[in-house]
Design a protein around this ligand. Sequence first.
Ligand code: AOS
Ligand code: ZN
Ligand code: ZN
Length: 390
Amino acid sequence: MSTQLTPDAVTVLDRLAIEVPSWAYGNSGTRFKVFTTPGTPRDPYEKIADAAQVHAHTGLAPEVAIHIPWDLVDDYDALSAFAAEQGVGIGTVNSNTFQDDDFKFGGLTHEDAVIRRKAVDHHLACIDIMDATGSRDLKIWLADGSNYPGQTDLRGRQDRLHESLQEIYARLSGDQRLVLEYKFFEPAFYHTDVPDWGTSYAQVTALGDRAMVCLDTGHHAPGTNIEFIVMQLLRLGRLGSFDFNSRFYADDDLIVGAADPFQLFRILFEVIRGGGMDEGTPVAFMLDQCHNIEDKVPGQIRSVLNVQEMTARALLVDHEALRAAQVAGDVLGANAVFMDAFQSDVRPALAEYREARGLPADPMAAYAGSGYRERIVADRVGGTQASWGA
Ligand code: AOS
Ligand code: ZN
Ligand code: ZN
């Protein structure tokens, strides 16, 4: 069934913005092998130039998230100016307390005040960068945790985490926010210090209004009802951001909407239901992905298009009919209303929507025909590794 977009749906789609992560453009892989891709960026400037291609072809990705220290440069005013020239802005600043030997037993939760100081200072330095780039969000994902029962004092670590976060939070100004991401395993495997949305929620509510939860779609145990968590966090007013990606097994960081498009649809339905796409929404969309074997720029284009397509489908749900069926106890009727929207083909309508905005109807084909890939392959030699592959 090919479907038209309603005027209300168009209004929401016009607002849709998905931040792309700078690390998606670098080489990445697993602990077994990092394959290099010809044309890989050699510095943060080239990552931003690649990210700008995604926005130029889709109109969906006006901001690029950066990661410190992977995107360390001398002059963030210059990096911001370069981004603006490319037609994008610098978005979320992601901290990193997982690659320094000092953080082997944790950072913000560490027993040793000297190490905790170092971890807090890193976050304060990230906020200095946010001041220069005009970024709103500081995103904190912690590798802190333990591998063996009895290895560490679980309770003490929560208390120290709170103290560390408090100091970081106190340094924010204006509309800046702290978003705390949770993950139940890896690199620590027995426990992590922010394993679930409840812990993140408890920690951020203890800080203040500008502290929110970040939900990475790959950070849940198999079978978890992620859309329920989305609903609950929206209901509680603490859903700050998404790290979108998809997984078959565990934090695979594959292209969002590739493994389970229906799950993405269900999540986006709850976002819409909970007001997360309303004007002035506090919910930020971001990708957190790595492209280990596919080309990175088209991998990112595919990803933002998948989010757009599932948003368009979720916007088709007939809420009145759905409510009527729910209230009447019409189980199959309610499910049919929901599935009708999911099974609608919005691709032709979205192609028209793009053309009406001066964008290519088929962004994947437009990028492939643009000559950009050939140019970067010829110009760039020796790309940097983007991440640890997580
Ligand atoms: C790690 O598993 C998390 O998903 C992080 O959000 C992220 O991948 C990393 O911090 C890159 O910034
Ligand atoms: Zn993440
Ligand atoms: Zn992750």
